[in-house]
Ligand binder design. Structure first.
Ligand SMILES: Cc1ncc(COP(=O)(O)O)c(C=O)c1O
Length: 413
């Protein structure tokens, strides 16, 4: 099977560097023969992959369309303008910057626009699902800014709005960040806007996870509420790996300067072209149907896991994300993840609001792209629970997984 879906490209690699070609084919086989339940992953389309593996990868293009520091940018300028226009129209934003190399780079640029080193920022604490860029001491954010963490209610798992308001009034942050790597519910952007306005803070929405659902009309949009929206293009949105920033026209110039030249160099034009392709796909009725199916699948998966005895955080989900504690089945999250990996079920661990031990984080974007629906989610939950309990031997589970995914190839021949 071709990895790049451009036979000449795949053939060129196989002919010149069989060792690496073998690795690419092996990875495609791994992705196709195991169950991809990592909440941040997806299968982008052959068209997106074609743009990524294109001649645009050769082009240097520092700057922005019409104002580059290199010659020969006429065509990549058109590609970037297309990506920007499609992003603006898809999300109803006055301005879009599509150059951020990653979600983290987008957040860095947002901070560069609105903050100065030493400023106080209020964000979801890392133990409750905040991202590294939301104040981890191991990350630039924790080193350069003074982060105060809000949390979730230990019983319900829902963001503690009273605590957010109290901390905002006490610490008077320069910015409030809403967004998470694991929060399965919709974020109340209007609430965060209200608190930010009350204390004179900027509001940054880090919508890396739900932005694909927003594109498909399956989740509320942060665009009308946040000063800056940061996002990734490779999760539910199903584009290439990369970041994106949306904002109003009054911050447009500052955002662009914060991306280039403040935090990045030359734009990756092949990725920007691939983002344009993904935005085009996301504007179709088929994508809207997919986004709603992602949520429907996650809801069924969450309910079925709860029926199997796992403790599902917040009691369910509004999004593609499900987080759950497998402790009632007799093991902690790390042990469960190991058993599931041996069975070909690939997922992550995550922090749990109510326990010190780690839980499991699952997402339904990739399996939905493959065409799986509610029936398959129920089967996945039953198999997962059997494996975690140690009732289904991993070799047998591995076969069941292979049979299941065999019916839903991510890249049909
Ligand atoms: C909320 C949030 N912010 C930022 C990021 C960073 O994205 P990247 O890995 O592309 O840097 C992620 C990635 O998972 C995320 O979930």
């Amino acid at each position: 099977m071709s990895v790049t879906h451009a036979p000449t490209t795949a053939d060129a690699l196989a002919g010149q560097d069989p060792e690496l070609a073998e690795i690419l084919l092996g990875e495609l086989d791994r992705q196709s023969s195991t169950l991809q339940l990592i909440a941040a992953e997806n299968f982008c389309s052959p068209a997106v992959l074609a743009a990524l593996g294109s001649s645009l990868a050769n082009k240097y293009a520092e700057g922005y369309p019409g104002a580059r520091h290199h010659g020969g940018c006429e065509l990549v300028d058109v590609a970037e303008r297309l990506a920007v226009d499609r992003a603006k129209s898809l999300f109803g934003a006055e301005h879009a910057n599509v150059q951020s190399h990653s979600g983290s780079s987008a957040v860095l640029a947002a901070y560069a626009v609105l903050l100065r080193p030493g400023d106080t920022v209020l964000a979801l604490g890392l133990p409750y699902g905040g991202h590294l860029t939301h104040g981890s001491p191991a990350n630039f954010s924790g080193r350069w800014f003074d982060f105060v963490g809000y949390g979730v209610d230990a019983e319900t798992g829902l963001i503690d709005h009273d605590q957010v308001r109290t901390l905002a009034r006490t610490h008077r942050p320069k910015a409030i960040v809403c967004g998470s790597i694991a929060y399965p519910r919709h974020i109340d952007y209007a609430f965060f806007r209200e608190v930010a306005d009350e204390v004179g803070a900027y509001l940054i929405a880090d919508a890396a996870h739900p932005i694909g659902l927003v594109a498909g009309g399956a989740a509320p949009s942060p665009v009308p509420y946040a000063d800056i929206v940061c996002a990734t293009t490779h999760k539910v949105l199903r584009g290439p790996r990369g970041g994106m920033i949306l904002c109003g026209s009054e911050l447009a110039e500052r955002v662009d300067r914060a991306v280039f030249p403040f935090t990045q160099g030359g734009a990756q034009m092949h990725t920007i072209a691939a983002k344009a392709v993904a935005f085009g796909e996301a504007a179709t009725p088929a994508f809207t149907a997919y986004a709603h199916q992602v949520v429907a699948n996650a809801r069924v998966l969450a309910a079925a896991l709860a029926d199997e005895g796992l403790v599902v955080t917040t009691g369910g989900t509004d999004t593609h994300l499900v987080t759950a504690d497998p402790a009632p089945l007799g093991v902690d999250g790390r042990t469960a993840r190991g058993r599931l990996a041996a069975a070909g079920m690939v997922l992550d661990c995550c922090a749990l609001p109510h326990a010190d031990l780690r839980g499991l984080r699952l997402g339904t974007a990739a399996v939905t792209t493959q065409g799986m629906a509610e029936k398959e989610m129920t089967g996945i939950a039953a198999l997962l629970a059997g494996v975690v309990r140690g009732e289904v031997e991993s070799a047998r589970a591995r076969e069941e997984v292979r049979d299941l995914v065999g019916g839903f190839p991510p890249y049909p021949a």
